[in-house]
Design a protein around this ligand. Structure first.
Ligand code: COA
Length: 330
């Protein structure tokens, strides 16, 4: 069995920056409300011409440069996204083509905010068994294209941002690398965070009714999501610690999905650590769903917050509900 290791990281966000006050042109909201409830100050949104695969491409190129890997060396492409360029095929397929790759396997993972950690977990299995040597995993979202930009959708509209983060996973030649991954899901309450249309469950394809009722925009029961998030994040972090006989004091940095600063604060409190141990960059990007963990990981690494030998934990929670963690020795 081989151990897998992240050898390259990169992220890309669109040029267009929207400050909280900029959102007032579409909805009744305020900078104060958004900052207080979420910690968000601004977010990047794609232009009309940009797609999730464009963001994924830019992030991938940076990760490939850091890893010193050419496109011809990549033998699997995984994209974590709920912002598919087209209904099908997936973004990984578009990214493959934009990278000039042919014939290697590609697939998308549609587990929303947990999808990047799911992707890392899947890629880790392929590297461990030796089936693949160099895997590109990307989280990419262009959510601004389908959030409800009216007062009706303001609870979600102010939270979400666009962007992409990418990682190259390869065999590790030493003790560093992914120590464990855990993935979980519970579909019982999936309607607390979902987008009903377009779908094939009854009459929820694109029609006058679905459009009139806004079913083609995401819906969230914020309080319920909050309650579940602050339970599942610590749970799956403890699972990672126990699996590796580590205590929270051994962890240099927890990189959670950037859902909401208040959720991260509550998680830090439950873990018994300060916010210096729980990475946050949500003020700059908002919640970028599957892209948030690889963007945060890339930034934390670039800022020198993660050094060789450090133990870190990636932790995710989101729609589904789904939740996941990865313990890594850098
Ligand atoms: N601007 C101004 N007011 C807003 C608003 C906005 N963008 N969105 C909602 N409001 C209003 C509501 O209409 C409500 O008004 P009312 O009291 O007159 O009915 C009031 O603010 C309070 O709304 P409420 O939903 O109770 O606020 P909250 O304290 O629960 O905070 C969230 C809302 C969304 C910030 C919070 O529930 C949350 O963070 N949930 C988790 C979200 C998340 O992380 N999701 C992604 C998980 S991956």
């Amino acid at each position: 069995m081989y151990r897998s290791k992240i050898t390259g990281l990169g992220f890309h966000v669109p040029d267009r920056i929207l400050k909280n006050d900029d959102l007032k042109q579409w909805m009744d909201t305020s900078d104060e409300w958004i900052r207080e409830r979420s910690g968000i100050q601004e977010r990047h949104w794609v232009s009309e011409k940009e797609a999730a695969s464009d963001l994924a491409l830019a992030a991938s190129k940076k990760a490939m440069i850091m890893a010193g890997v050419g496109a011809d060396e990549i033998d699997l492409v995984i994209v974590a996204t709920i912002s598919s360029d087209y209904f099908f095929p997936g973004v990984a397929n578009q990214l493959q083509s934009k990278l000039g790759l042919r014939t290697v396997g590609t697939f998308d993972i549609k587990v929303a905010c947990s999808a990047f950690v799911y992707g890392l977990s899947i890629a880790d299995q392929f590297i461990k068994t030796g089936q693949h040597k160099t895997i590109l995993i990307v989280g990419a979202e262009a959510q601004s294209k389908y959030i409800d930009l009216t007062t009706r959708g303001r609870d979600m509209g102010v939270l979400f941002g666009d962007g992409a983060g990418a990682a190259i996973l390869q065999q590790s030649g030493d003790e560093s690398g992914i120590l464990s991954t855990h993935i979980h899901s519970d579909g019982a309450d999936m309607k607390n965070l979902w987008m009903e249309a377009p779908g094939t469950s009854g009459n929820n394809w694109m029609n006058r009714e679905t459009l009139k009722n806004g079913l083609h925009h995401p819906y969230m029961n914020g309080r319920e999501v909050f309650r579940n998030a602050v339970r599942r994040f610590p749970e799956v972090i403890h699972e990672a610690l126990e699996e590796n006989n580590l205590s929270i004091e051994d962890i240099k940095l927890v990189i959670p999905h950037q859902a909401n600063y208040r959720i991260s604060q509550a998680v830090a409190k439950r873990l018994g650590v300060g916010m210096d141990v729980v990475y946050s960059n949500i003020h700059k990007y908002g919640n970028t769903t599957a892209a948030s963990i690889p963007i945060a990981l890339t930034e934390a690494h670039a800022e020198g917050r993660i050094e060789r030998g450090d133990h870190i934990i990636l932790a995710a929670f989101g729609a589904g509900y789904s939740w996941a963690s990865a313990a890594i020795r850098w």
